[in-house]
Design a protein around this ligand. Sequence first.
Ligand code: NAI
Length: 246
Amino acid sequence: MLKGKTALITGASRGIGRAVALRLAQEGMNIAVVYAGNTAAAEETARAVRETGAQANLYACDVADDAAVCALCKRVAEEMGPVYALVNNAGITRDKLAAQMKEEDFDAVLDVNLKGAFHFIRHTYTGFLRQRGGRIVNISSVVGLMGNAGQANYAASKAGLIGLTKSIARELAPRGVTVNAVAPGFIDTDMTRALPDGAREALQAQIPLKRLGAPEDVAAVVAFLCSDGAAYLTGTVIPVDGGMAM
Ligand code: NAI
């Protein structure tokens, strides 16, 4: 039963993170809404979560900042109790062909997408050990499985998340904590709306189910992974991509 337990979701102010927050709230979970800087959007997510009857607390934090993540995780534990479900969703892109990609573009994407997840895992780890149960879901990408021209930094970060997922799954399995990754394909959010029209159409043509995914398509799979029914899945990577990566 998820009811009354706490879920911490990074990047929950919009897009996939927001949909995950609402879905887990519908399951009765209280939500720690972690967001970067858009307070108005985060407050809107919190309002929608509270409408379901669940509790929502807001925490502004740059996931790339280890000290800030450490302080935040302590606050969440004090204010909301132990985190039962950690969803590492915050992510950015800085797309360029590798020859034009600056080292700072590479580092920024790795720092948010990969190290951000590591920071949250590190600072909730003891809480998971004590609970002898819980769920970690890392939001990877089909690009981490397939690669993508112009996204060397992003693909490396998302492939890195898969190695991180499997390693932590092995570490925490003896305590009954499961750790899995979801690999979304082309999901209709602000991130993909930023792509030029031609690129969107070319991508859509590669999807066997012939439509972009909705944030709710990803949220449904995350909710399953958090549920009791997923107790025997760990270290897996589930594509949610309309068949794109098969
Ligand atoms: P989005 O750009 O709409 O949302 C990203 C969220 O992450 C925002 O709430 C943003 O504020 C937050 N964020 C960014 N940097 C942060 C930082 N340093 N600290 C804290 N929060 C930060 O993106 P979308 O599409 O909802 O993506 C969510 C996740 O899903 C990302 O990890 C993305 O890489 C992944 N994904 C998205 C796909 C898509 O097609 N939209 C496909 C595959 C993976």
